[in-house]
Design a protein around this ligand. Structure first.
Ligand code: ARG
Length: 585
């Protein structure tokens, strides 16, 4: 039970003696809601305002506060003092320290995890790249938010299915084949991968301006892919492989993996069911030769299902994919981590699924996010300014290496640490703020070792490791063994954690499990980033204000335990947002 609920419980027990009629008495949750955090530290950790009870109890608030204070006797937990119309609670700091450290350290690496997701499946559609297009900085957020959500839900015991819904269907692939047939060189394409395909695609458009017949040729090649022509399929699958090979390098750097790469093309033979069902349920209307689902009653433009020529669309494929995923995984939730530009698309086809009579339409969730710009410039994919993710991550490594060489010239594995720090800096910058906010990425800011940055939190983790290493060297006892000691055996003197700095660290640690749950509930990794940053900041303040290694043995033990608890929680939090936790840097 958390500290707020414990206090609420005490208040309720005390209230029982005041209320003549127990039905009028507020319950524990209501009392917990009434509890306030006082503006000044001198006023304690929580305050219960008695004003709200005054009417029913026919007593002045100060009298109520006094009566309650007299009825509360729980010195191990807290002291209760009547202060005006408030009943103020002062935690027993020693006891609080022992309790929190006990639960963090007993959980090992799993502090904050849970089993509430057992037996429930969450599908997460994220990253979802397009074939023959290079992976650019605009794909960072979908990739990292999706990856982080997957880790968060796994941590809470859910079964997760990570899906890369490949954009591998559309007339552009016919054009690409046509371009390859005209000007392509197998060795060159094999060597340069997506880069070469992009050049071919650009060339196709240039030439097609002069030679419009090329467009028809492109369409004809696409028709061949659709009809399963062996040559067309062979070339197209090769393009697909090349794209996946290139993106795999980025996924490897980021530690991202998928359970499924079933993309748009996978649903080719599953479209019939969608069309049949829509017809059967009288949802399809013909408009200008195209088949649509009218959504006027929901205030949206119609959802396009079939083009004039009978071709299916992006939305049709998404509906087919949702039906397939429900059948295959029986998901409790299916998340779509896609930029807010596609808001309408998702609202439309979610509505179509609802109209089809599927109650689980409400379990389809668009996890949308804002745009990213780079050093003040927004990205234009068509011309000019495109920042490729692979280049960005490589630059991040190089820049981190320069900083590390300067700051820690003796580090044994500078390359490895530079990769962890550089990539971590990018990931942190991406997951720092609420996902719906636009992001402006600046190197200077992301790689700063001070302030709210990836390197700063990683450095705090490394600092904890260093403190623990030094302690272990001194005592020649491995500190990881601390967790195996029995609690309350008198070794640690928790009075050594009575100062405001230590208490703040403990308070933040105690709230970490809540932060994980809230991040899951709101599909919001930034809640973890915030918790991570706050714990790091508070530990650094504690570190500057207190001696650890030179304190007397009982106090040192308590402060080392706090350090170990912080180290583990930071590592977990870093993991949950997809960052590494180097032990030295
Ligand atoms: N490939 C699409 C794009 O880049 C994103 C696909 C998102 N997933 C989905 N099921 N629609 O815009």
């Amino acid at each position: 039970m958390d500290s707020k609920q414990s206090i609420a419980q005490l208040v309720c027990q005390a209230l029982a003696s005041c209320y003549p009629n127990s039905e009028q008495m507020p319950d524990q949750n209501t009392v917990a809601e009434y509890l306030e955090v006082p503006p000044e530290k001198e006023m304690g950790d929580y305050a219960f305002p008695c004003f709200k009870l005054s009417k029913v109890l026919r007593m002045g608030p100060p009298q109520i506060a006094i009566a309650l204070a007299q009825a509360i006797d729980a010195p191990h937990l807290c002291q209760a003092k009547a202060m005006g119309g408030y009943l103020n609670f002062f935690f027993n700091r020693e006891n609080f320290a022992q309790e929190i450290l006990g639960s963090v350290l007993a959980a090992g690496e799993a502090y904050g995890s849970g089993t509430e997701g057992r037996g429930k499946t969450i599908c997460i559609d994220f990253s979802s790249i397009n074939i023959a297009k290079r992976f650019h900085i605009g794909h960072l957020s979908t990739t990292m938010i999706g990856h982080s959500l997957r880790r968060i839900f796994d941590f809470l015991g859910y079964t997760t299915v990570s899906i890369n819904h490949l954009g591998d269907w559309g007339t552009q692939f016919g054009k690409l084949i046509s371009a390859y047939k005209h000007w392509g060189d197998q060795d060159e394409v094999e060597r340069d991968g997506v880069e070469a395909l992009t050049r071919l695609y650009v060339r196709f458009h240039e030439e097609a301006e002069r030679e419009p017949a090329l467009e028809d040729e492109g369409r004809a090649w696409f028709k061949k892919i659709e009809d399963g022509d062996p040559e067309a399929l062979h070339i197209f699958n090769w393009f697909k492989e090349l794209t996946l090979r290139d993106t795999q390098r980025v996924y490897d750097m980021l530690g991202v993996t998928f359970n499924s790469y079933n993309g748009e093309a996978f649903y080719n033979d599953k479209m019939g069911r969608v069309i049949d069902e829509l017809k059967e349920k009288n949802l399809l209307t013909i408009s200008d030769g195209a088949s649509i689902v009218d959504l006027e009653d929901s205030g949206m433009p119609p959802c396009l299902i079939l083009k004039k020529d009978g071709a299916t669309l992006y939305a049709t494929r998404d509906i087919a994919a949702a039906l397939y995923r429900k059948d295959t995984y029986d998901f409790d939730k299916c998340l779509y981590v896609v930029a807010y530009q596609q808001d309408l698309h998702f609202r439309q086809w979610f509505k179509v699924v609802e109209k089809m009579g599927y109650a689980w339409a409400r379990d389809l969730i668009h996890v949308s996010f804002g745009m990213i710009s780079y050093e003040g410039q927004t990205l234009a994919t068509r011309k000019g300014h495109v920042v490729y993710l692979e280049d960005l991550l490589n630059r991040a490594k190089e820049k981190a290496l320069e900083i590390i060489r300067e700051k820690s010239p003796d580090l044994e594995n500078p390359q490895e640490v530079a990769a962890q720090v550089g990539i971590g800096a990018v990931v942190y910058a991406d997951l720092q703020n609420n996902r719906i906010k636009d992001i402006d990425f600046w190197w200077e800011r992301a790689l700063n070792f001070d302030g709210e940055t990836g390197p700063y939190v990683q450095y705090t983790h490394a600092r904890c490791c260093s403190v623990l290493r030094k302690a272990a060297q001194r005592e020649a006892a491995a500190l990881e063994e601390v967790s195996d000691l029995s609690w309350g055996d008198g070794q640690a003197d928790y009075a050594g954690l009575g100062d405001d700095y230590a208490q703040e660290v403990l308070r933040l640690l105690s709230r970490f499990p809540e932060a994980v749950r809230e991040a899951a509930l709101r599909y919001e990794p930034s809640i973890i980033t915030r918790a991570l940053t706050e714990i790091a900041k508070s530990y650094n303040k504690f570190y500057y204000e207190n001696r650890i290694l030179d304190a007397e043995p009982g106090v040192r033990q308590a402060r080392l335990e706090l350090t170990l608890a912080v180290k583990r929680t930071l590592k977990t939090a870093l993991y949950l947002i997809g960052m590494d936790a180097p032990e030295r840097m």
